[in-house]
Design a protein around this ligand. Structure first.
Ligand SMILES: [Zn+2]
Ligand SMILES: [Zn+2]
Length: 131
């Protein structure tokens, strides 16, 4: 038995077992992955940008970046395919962080903490704890 949860993608109730989304969303995601994967595998698409891949496959850029972050898609050999570094938003085309952020990360705790900290820095500060 798993816990009953709302799917974070579509809001439907489902039983959480291994997956973080319901079956319908899981299969949709697999199809999207397949489309992107097939598209970038073709040698004539080697110079594609993320916008072109997104247009051709109808998969959102965020979803493509998500697949890259998962390590399921690699675009290292794609000269025009860049997406923002999780730390500083600089264009990169391998992993989650640019070299500069990777170097900085060595002294920090974990990639998750580092990204969280960076995202907090990017937000306007309201100083809610000053009261
Ligand atoms: Zn769902
Ligand atoms: Zn960076």
């Amino acid at each position: 038995m798993g816990d009953l949860m709302n799917c974070p993608q579509c809001g439907k109730l489902y039983i959480k077992r291994i997956r973080n989304t319901c079956d319908a969303c899981y299969f949709e995601e697999e199809q999207q992955f397949d489309k992107v994967y097939r598209y970038i595998r073709k040698s004539e698409n080697r110079n594609a940008t993320i916008v072109e891949v997104s247009d051709a496959t109808k998969v959102s850029e965020n979803k493509i970046i998500y697949f890259i972050h998962q390590g399921r898609i690699r675009v290292k050999g794609f000269p025009n395919f860049t997406y923002p570094c999780d730390g500083c938003q600089k264009p990169i085309n391998d992993g989650r962080l640019c070299q500069q952020c990777k170097d900085k990360l060595k002294s920090e705790l974990s990639i998750e903490d580092f990204i969280k900290k960076k995202q907090e820095e990017a937000l306007p500060s309201y100083h809610t704890d000053d009261n």
